[in-house]
Design a protein around this ligand. Structure first.
Ligand SMILES: [Zn+2]
Length: 215
């Protein structure tokens, strides 16, 4: 039986970091749609070219395309024991689509990382970035000189995505996407849920303990 962990949590919850840590611990590949799309784009396949065009035009990649890419990805040998999905499914339709791709022998386990709205706003609203790729936080990881990058000295800025109005939109979008996963989890088994307002290492340990029952 394959174990399929669906990681979800609000923006800034550290979901990506945790899914990587858990993937490594249990030797399961982490499949994220963002990464799959970038990979396909780079590989220059016909599908990749189509995706590049869509992204260039600022259009959303359709569910149909995402479906094709995921179907191919989960056929690969490294998914024989299971896999982790990060950032997918995003809504009820994608969840239904995923269920159709899987067999009745697959065990689907939604895993929630809980972080309050207030904390999400703190975390994302305090983030400052530099063009060189460095990331800071005004409280948790401040630069040595306020507003300047430690590495290159350039002026730090707030990513457009991290502006307060946009954070609120992202939170609302997240809640909508989490609903079907919560409903699925509650219907089929206990929800696997961890408190995301702790040290990264503590969250990882908690997840390992809770997921060991299944993995
Ligand atoms: Zn810099």
């Amino acid at each position: 039986m394959r174990k399929i962990f669906l990681f979800f949590g609000p923006p800034g919850s550290g979901k990506g970091t945790q899914s990587e840590a858990i993937g490594e611990y249990f030797h399961l590949p982490v499949i994220s749609t963002g990464e799959l799309l970038r990979h396909e784009e780079k590989s220059g396949t016909a599908l990749g070219k189509k995706i590049a065009q869509l992204i260039d035009k600022g259009e959303l990649v359709s569910d149909e395309l995402i479906h094709k890419i995921i179907v191919e990805r989960i056929k690969r040998a490294d998914t024989a024991k299971g896999f982790i999905l990060d950032g997918y499914p995003r809504d009820a339709e994608q969840l239904q689509d995923l269920l159709k791709m899987l067999s009745e022998h697959d065990l689907i386990l939604p895993v929630e990382i809980r972080v309050s709205d207030k904390e999400v706003i703190n975390r994302l609203g305090g983030r400052r970035v530099c063009d060189c790729g460095a990331t800071y936080h005004i409280i948790y990881n401040p630069p040595k000189v306020a507003g300047r990058c430690n590495l290159c000295g350039k002026e730090l800025y707030i990513r457009p995505d991290d502006k307060p109005e946009i954070i609120k939109d992202r939170l609302a979008g997240y809640k909508k996407s989490a609903e079907p996963l919560l409903a699925y989890a509650k219907k089929h088994h206990d929800l696997i849920s961890v408190d995301g307002e702790r040290l990264i290492s503590e969250i990882t340990e908690d997840l390992i303990e809770k997921l060991s029952k299944y993995a």
